[in-house]
Design a protein around this ligand. Sequence first.
Ligand code: NBG
Length: 834
Amino acid sequence: MAKKTNNSDTESINSITAKIDVRSGMDIESLKQAVTEHLFYQQGRNIANTSLNDMYMAVSYTIRDRLLQREHKTMNAVFENDARLVSYLSAEFLLGPHLGVNLIALDIFDAMKQAVEELGFNFGEIMAQEEEPGLGNGGLGRLAACYIDSLASLQIPAIGYGIRYEFGIFDQEIRDGWQVEKTDKWLRKGNPWESVRPELAVNVNFGGHTESYTDSGGKVYFRWKPAYKVTGIPCDTPIMGYHVPSCNFLRLWKSEAEESFDFSSFNQGDYYKAVDYKVKSENISKVLYPNDEMLEGKKLRLKQQYFFVSCSLQDMMRIHLRFEGKPQDFHKRWAIQLNDTHPSVSVAELMRILVDDYSVDWDTAWDTTCRTFSYTNHTLLPEALEKWSVGLFAYLIPRVLEIIYEINHRFLTEVSRKFPGDEGKLSRMSLIDETGGKFVRMANLACAGSNAINGVAALHTDLLKEQVLHDWVEMYPKRFHNVTNGVTPRRFVVLSNPGLTRLITDSIGEKWPGKLEELRKLERFAGDSSFREQFRNVKLDNKKRLTALIKERTGIIVDPTSMFDIQVKRIHEYKRQHLNVLNIITRYLRIKRNPDIDIAPRTFIFGGKAAPGYYTAKLIIKLINSVGEVVNSDPDVKDRLKVVFFPDFNVTNAQIIYPAADLSEQISTAGKEASGTGNMKFSMNGALTIGTLDGANVEIREEVGEDNFFLFGLTSSQVDEAKHNGYNPGFLYENNEELREVINMINSGIFSKGDRNLFKPLTDNLLRHDPYMLMADYPLYVACQDLVAGTWKDPGKWDEMAILNVARMGKFSSDRSISDYCDKIWKVKPFKIR
Ligand code: NBG
């Protein structure tokens, strides 16, 4: 980093200005000059009339210059060396703000901060200008974002492919305790990170019919005569590796009409039709569907999937041919990862491109396809398994459906050869579900056309193999792998938690963010009282930061010295935010019964969005807010309990929330959460977990040690067993006094201004069906929360446990996950550029 210049020293100024490079310089003077030039030449501003947003834009353009340079160098090196590339196909990338992580990756955070401050601006305010690209719903999209970060940091040449939604996940407001959705206009003020590449546009067919034709040699081919085409325009965002020279990119497709007006309709006077086509084309990339783990089955969603898949595969084929590769050698150039089934129509689309566009024979094309793809499953919930009606497929992408039928025909022949007479297997494994209506099963398509299939945590992979994909294990045992999820410590520790970062670096050196196993070296500080004290102070500062934000966003005043007990994630019945509420009410009741009871102050913080059409999830949000209103204002409570629903949980807010947690709530019904990744972000920031044996909790507990994890609840096999034996939640209610009082209290209308019906749908469901076993886990959860409260009374012990959590989180860096994918699945190696 350059030293600040001394204005009186003209000689030194001259020597520095001589070196200033506004496009690539990394010293403070170069950065200042670059920012000023962007302001003036690109934005038509000078320092005197610069708004905060102008400044943010200029700073970002300055950084983008430096990223593009590195991106070009990386791509040139890839071409020169004929490297194999990874393609991560995902309908979602929940990126979060770019500026901070890019500064950290380039190692110029402090230099830029100083540059901006010398130009007269507050750096924090400038960073706060960025509208995060919320192009994802939750864990699945955020995982994709962590993975492209790690791919770049490990120097694996890779492109992320997805959709450039004009409106990402909705912004959440809370009104009268209810969720209200607001359009996410993230592009309103422009996006300085993206480069639009119209020269690389591609067209995608929709509708129409297919026809066959014969070449001069008598060979039969098929041709798709589409009703219309939609153009995909690539919008690229550089993805910089951490402290390495490599920079990859994310290519997101924006849809446009092939031509802006259909002049034939226009000339016939049908102006409306002409414009309608334009609108319909642009609609494809207009908005992200806000459902996670719930199929909506809308036509536009299938159009989105096919659109981005076709654009991406055409683009990859173009790149492959530029290397002078043969079309059938596509798999030698590309390893494509399917992030869930959303992009799984790829299997048929690559077949279409090879067979129809490049005349590759079917068997060769199938071999190429299977060697190209691998598929990650992210859920066991049956309602999330995608299927599309055959009618819709035939209407939108008729040629693709024909190809799926042909794949299925050959595939089922193979199945019946391997399992003669097993009709059940044939019907379950068929790519077409004919058990009632006809549907294309996207998971089956992905499994049939991939060389590797993986779950996202050890338990999830085991359950997949036992349950949902059992037939596939019997058919293709070697295809199955587990790759436990991970998260990037650059965003979720270095950027989010500068205090902890400083403390760790001062103690064990600076390598750990790129080599998270190094954190083990912290173990020896767990018993060191001065380290513990510093650790505790860092946590307190982070809690104060969150306290201020809570006050700003909700008006609620919380005590930063109270225990921050936090559950932030999508709102879903299986994640059981309402179990957390039952515990809060239990504690509230104990205070009401005995106002002098010794209860250490606790602040319960929730955050998360509910799918707009998911009524029960929205009612859970209302319940949290309603309980909060009563508890927070009850004088008997004397501030010992506070309940906060933090609105609009997104990546930006998450970066403030995770570092401030004392207790992390990971309380899903065992067997339902595929992995979870929030659990990792909390632990890395020194929170202790209260959790079930579900998803990656199992492995987190293994790593941190059972003494440093608050475990409770039924195991996934106990859950199955209880259901099998006729689970009776009503009986549990009758026989547990505390539980009965809690449920009765909700039904009494105390939390709903006397309305006894408001929360009835929730309580009735718990008493009669309770599919997620809250009633069974309730006593175990409350007892475990008592243990948590007891441990909290011994701060030294608590800090020791928390430090050990941080020290033992090495496994959960997304760098480890990506290395696993490279070794087990993609067979690619890092590609070091100088
Ligand atoms: C989610 C799971 C999480 C998991 C993420 C990332 C879907 C369909 N699945 O448990 O629910 O951590 O994927 O793998 O969103």
